[in-house]
Design a protein around this ligand. Structure first.
Ligand code: CA
Length: 225
């Protein structure tokens, strides 16, 4: 799960990012509306946390532009203002939920979990499966016929993406955007290294599932038949 935080109070944005990372979300932070909008339009996020009063482009305009561009990522508005008019505006422009600063961390996390469950239905499932493997998204374990192995964070994020995409091919660019982040310096080589870790773990578990290389395109899961 990758969350985009668009918030110009750097201390708040960074604290929020740390809290979310501690709770196993991947995060990207933008400190102004323009940068935030660019990132949001990439469509790679599972949730956007959006401030309203922002430099360059305000949160309402970011939200409107995101929805005009048919990006359906759930948006949680975060704002210092608590006037009714702002809440109505935000919801009318296509926000999914609303929190007033200062906020309680536990409540924010609960709302994020709820938005994720509602948002796309597919992306909050405690256990997801493909062929003979299951991935426990709470414990980060990969399980095959009763045997399990712990995955590192990047391995887990990659495996989760593969399982959710079934046998569809994912390009190295897509994997870098979704797992390392839109702005990261990760290179193809990083992807290759983690794919090789995952292949070793799949083979250690004697799974029928393999990660197939589709030359010049990317990778996909194969059920071995
Ligand atoms: Ca602000």
């Amino acid at each position: 799960m990758r969350i985009l935080i668009i918030e110009d109070e750097a201390a708040l944005a960074d604290a929020l990012s740390q809290i979310l990372q501690k709770n196993k979300y991947m995060t990207d932070v933008c400190y102004d509306g323009q940068k935030g909008l660019d990132c949001a339009l990439s469509g790679i996020y599972d949730l956007i946390i959006l401030d309203i009063m922002l430099p360059k482009i305000n949160g309402f305009d970011v939200l409107r532009c995101v929805r005009i561009n048919k990006i359906t990522t759930p948006v949680l508005l975060l704002t210092a203002k608590d006037e009714i008019a702002d809440k109505v505006n935000g919801l009318d422009f296509g926000a999914d939920d609303y929190m007033t600063k200062p906020f309680n961390t536990e409540e924010l996390l609960a709302r994020i979990r709820s938005l994720c469950r509602r948002g796309n239905g597919a992306f909050y499932e405690p256990v997801i499966s493909f062929c003979d493997i299951s991935l426990n998204t709470s414990t980060y374990e990969i399980i095959c016929s009763g045997n399990s192995l712990k995955l590192g964070l990047k391995e887990f994020n990659l495996m989760e993406l593969f399982i959710k995409n079934g046998t569809s091919v994912l390009s190295k660019e897509q994997l870098i955007d979704r797992v390392w982040g839109y702005d990261s310096d990760a290179e193809y080589n990083n992807v290759e290294v983690y794919i090789s870790f995952l292949r070793k773990k799949l083979s250690h578990l004697k799974s029928a599932v393999t990660i197939k290389t589709v030359r010049g395109v990317g990778y996909c899961l194969s059920s071995g038949d």
